[in-house]
Design a binder for this molecule. Sequence first.
Ligand code: NAD
Length: 481
Amino acid sequence: MEKILNYINGKLIEPVSNKWLENYNPAIGTVYSLIPDSTKEDVENAQKAALNSFHKWSKSSIKERSTVLQKIADLIIERQDDLAMAESIDNGKPLALAKKVDIPRAATNMSFFASAILHENSESHHMSNVAINYTLRKPIGVVGCISPWNLPLYLFTWKIAPALAAGNTVVAKPSEITPMTAFLFSKICIDAGLPKGVLNIVHGLGPKVGHEITKHPNIKAISFTGGTLTGQKIAEVAAPMFKKLSLELGGKNPNIIFSDCDLEKAVSSSVLSSFSNQGQICLCGSRIFIERKIYDKFKEKFLEKVKALNIGDPLEKTTKIGALVSSQHMNKVLNHIKIAKQEGGILLSGGKQFIPKGRCANGYFVEPTVFEGLSFDCSTNQEEIFGPVVTLTPFDSEEEVINFANSTKYGLCSMVWTSDLNRANRMSDQLQSGIVWINCWLVRDLRTPFGGMKESGVGREGGTYALNFFTETTNVCISYN
Ligand code: NAD
């Protein structure tokens, strides 16, 4: 059985303990590879390698750093078919989605930051006749990057690219549930000529490897994407050590449909924002609020499209809904469906595990599920489910829907569908979320601030925001006299 290896000091190596974890293919429900069950010793070796390579890498020219990051981007594109296949097998997502979204975006993350550092500039502040100040931005040192399973290579590179571009060296940990593309990525880094020790990838469990990275005194900043509870645990360890922390956490995003919207567009986009990647995107809109006048019309059109979604083998070209990432996650989602029924939810579509015919008969599939009749404050509408489950709720006024939308502990993104520009502006001002999409969903410009309010996170990623996070600032003040 294939063994995934750690990438430490430029080499692919087995874990010190020689212990291994099983890696599942969720679409067929079987183990297909082994992952290092790494420990403190592996993290120690990774951090030593990162520390040793920091001086040279941080002093390299931006042209050198940019060139190697661009080379990595080029190799991702060259190997995109293999990477997309690996992502689909490891995660359960449709191959077509991995080809269209995950892998191209991973390449874009690398090339975006390869280019961004070439165009970076810093501020100066002039005090007339007194002094001039200029801002120096310096790499922090060794930084830790910890990522989740839902968009494995996409989110892994979204952290690593700005960290390396800014001149840091990195100890990174992908999710133990989807480690394969990070392993393939380490081979790409070797082939691209990334100097040894600059990036180190340690595979293994969160409470072991992730925790060791978080608490290591030589690792000066932690960029984390994952669940809110894990974010809390990381903050408990890292905050008293005064580490820089970027936390991208959970969401329970509202998708708000006003009666003056382009209904066809709103319906089609809502199907995507509900069920893309089996609803396992932090930006999915799982609470759909519809102005009462068009509630029935929206519901009818939405359900027609949901029922037509092709669910099954992720490798089939026509598949729109693949497998959930693990049996544990499938059971968690099925339990949420049970709770929604207990809370009085009326099931409009789906609601069960789906068992495909053929090779995927033992996979972890759940039907795209739609409920109505639930109050905005019940647990189904408050807790993150992170699966193919959405609710439909009517509303009568802007004031009411703002109250519904802002009622959760989360604040990641919101979608608003309306043709009234003034209303769009009023809503954007009042919605408690880091991102508001008006008449669209998941349109991403990588220069923009990305992140959440409330328990959806701390800090922002993207463009200058990410480069600022991964640098320390020194203000230099030069007197004129
Ligand atoms: P998770 O929190 O279980 O795991 C994320 C990563 O943290 C994994 O690599 C895991 O091994 C590691 N980890 C676990 N315990 C740790 C610990 N004690 N110390 C350090 N690291 C630890 O999340 P998940 O289940 O992989 O991902 C799903 C969650 O991620 C959802 O809540 C989703 O909303 C969120 N998410 C957020 C964003 C965003 O940008 N805000 C994007 C994607 C996913």
